[in-house]
Ligand binder design. Structure first.
Ligand code: G1P
Length: 296
């Protein structure tokens, strides 16, 4: 089986939930503490052995392209001032020439369509998809866990997590065939099912390892849930045609940074995980809680 060395990052969304900020700043550039959302996704991909990074973008995302470019003037200034620590941080965001590619999704036709836009760059090999809105804090980065599990199973694999049953209709949901613990085999998956139709409460989270067959399935997929071309439907086709699709229950905590509440929670959690911020932030949180308790 060929190693997974390419990852697609769908970043074409308008980010309307974060207006007015996203009027001029791509959502993926918004920062958790001091790193843009997209940097977390890139670091996770690198840890999993990804060598080629494919961004599916849209109009108004040029700040994202600039972010991964070199910043020679800034580097020069930092070097002159002897700020080596900042220089190192800056350099760690540089991407090698030819490692990164940008493809435009000209129309917002859905996640499946965004992934399909990268078909020529992916070619005939397995590939990963990372949705940068789903930020996962984990000792072993989530995609790396999946690459290791996938080396045993092959087929397609999606990250999965149990959600409250009433929340299942916000996700792709797995129909579980056999539960083997961290890996489950499936007999199907449904995108955003009506609550009464959800086959389980095991939801798809934004990490995928997919076979090139998915691109061929996407060639034929019709619009699905929400009138969009759904990646979930292209993966479900695999099961219908007798090929394996696995869910992988990752070890780690997932934050839904596509929502304001999730973004705030991630900000607090990543802040508390930082040695330079932990004490001040937790003292502040303690103070907030005691003021709230006193008021009740
Ligand atoms: C997308 C996928 C969905 C998945 C979710 C995870 O939905 O279509 O299957 O469960 O990401 O975050 P979106 O959140 O973009 O509507």
């Amino acid at each position: 089986m060929k190693k997974v060395s390419k990852a697609i990052f769908p970043v074409a969304g308008l980010g309307t939930r974060f207006l007015p900020a996203t009027k001029s700043v791509p959502k993926e550039i918004m920062t958790l503490v001091d790193r843009p959302l997209i940097q977390y996704a890139i670091d996770e991909a690198r840890a999993a052995g990804i060598k080629e990074f494919i961004f599916v973008t849209s109009r108004g995302k040029s700040a994202l392209e600039d972010y991964f470019d070199q910043a020679p003037e800034l580097e020069h200034q930092l070097r002159k001032k002897g700020k080596d620590d900042l220089l190192e941080i800056l350099k760690s965001t540089n991407m090698e020439s030819g490692q990164i590619a940008y493809i435009r999704q000209h129309k917002a036709l859905g996640l499946g369509h965004a992934v399909w836009c990268a078909r020529r760059l992916v070619g005939n090999e397995p590939f990963a998809v990372i949705l940068p809105d789903d930020v996962i804090a984990a000792e072993t980065p989530c995609l790396q866990q999946m690459v290791e599990a996938h080396a045993e199973t092959g087929g397609c694999m999606v990250a999965a997590m149990e959600v409250a049953p009433e929340k299942a209709s916000s996700y792709g949901v797995l129909d579980v065939k056999e539960d083997m613990g961290s890996v489950v085999s499936t007999r199907g998956m449904v995108e955003k099912p009506a609550p009464e139709d959800a086959p389980s409460n095991l939801a798809v989270i934004g990490r995928y390892i997919l076979t090139p067959q998915i691109m061929r399935n996407l060639n034929k997929i019709k619009t699905g849930a929400g009138g969009e071309i759904q990646l979930t439907d292209a993966i479900a086709t695999e099961v219908q045609e007798g090929r394996e699709v696995y869910g992988y229950r990752f070890r780690g905590q997932r934050f839904d940074c596509g929502s304001k509440a999730g973004f705030l929670q991630a900000t607090v959690a990543f802040g508390l995980a930082r040695p330079d911020l932990r004490d001040e932030l937790s003292a502040y949180l303690d103070e907030l809680v005691s003021v709230r308790n006193a008021a009740q």
